[in-house]
Design a protein around this ligand. Structure first.
Ligand code: FES
Ligand code: FES
Length: 229
């Protein structure tokens, strides 16, 4: 066992961990931060992406001991004082998610991109997110969301172009959680939030907590196989 100290979403933690413990398992199973999900466990899908000292890393690819002394930000640490991070608002307003499973990793990778390139071209956005797969193939709206978060599009235009009733209906119709229960609409915002206080509703729980049931051989495992199609 090795003793580590790591700051996660603003809180400092100290634990004895096995050297082989992956960071994603530490986050989910030791800290109970289930907003970070597991899609493949083989560094392919990006679902487990977190920030380490401000840079995006795939937490299934790192051992926890490698995070010793570092600062980690998960999707659950994006919102501040009850206010969504601009990338969360942009994903919500552009309906940049369907099942929401890739969303935590997509948003974290987007935050990392915008930190490095505050005004990226569409090509740069696509390139930055190519390590994150969306098995629902909702890439177009994800690009739009990143562009909005970068201030490249008018928020009010993006909001008016989205169609909340239809979007929520789509979620309700296809929104089965990891436990197979039918999910009802109005949960889009919770799915975007991906964790923390916003896990109150059904789809949010599917995103944030569903990984327990999904990982690693469940539906999330399909991300790696579907992502390039
Ligand atoms: S890349 Fe880490 S779970 Fe897929
Ligand atoms: S919304 Fe991306 S995997 Fe479903």
């Amino acid at each position: 066992m090795r003793r580590i100290q790591v700051k996660v979403d603003g809180a400092t933690h100290e634990h004895e961990v096995e050297p082989r413990l992956l960071l994603v398992h530490y986050l989910r199973e030791v800290l109970n931060l289930t907003g970070t999900v597991i899609g493949c466990n083989t560094s392919n899908c990006g679902a487990c992406t977190v920030l380490m000292d401000g840079k995006s890393v795939k937490s299934c690819t790192m051992f926890t001991v490698q995070a010793d002394g570092r600062e980690i930000t998960t999707v659950e640490g994006l919102a501040e004082n009850g206010e969504w991070h601009p990338i969360q608002t942009a994903f919500h307003e552009n309906h940049a998610l369907q099942c929401g499973y890739c969303t935590p990793g997509m948003m974290i990778a987007s935050v990392s991109l915008l930190e490095e390139h505050p005004d990226p071209s569409e090509e740069e956005i696509r390139e930055a997110l190519e390590g994150n797969y969306c098995r629902c193939t909702g890439y177009e709206n994800i690009i739009k969301a990143v562009q909005q978060a970068a201030g490249q599009t008018d928020q009010s235009v993006a909001a008016s172009q989205s169609d909340p009733p239809a979007a929520e209906g789509a979620v309700a119709q296809s929104g089965r959680g990891a436990d197979g229960e039918e999910r009802q609409g109005s949960d889009l915002g919770s799915a975007v939030a991906g964790g923390g206080e916003r896990q109150r509703s059904s789809l949010g729980s599917a995103v944030a907590g569903g990984g327990r049931q999904m990982a690693p051989g469940g539906p999330g495992a399909g991300v790696a196989g579907m992502g390039r199609s």
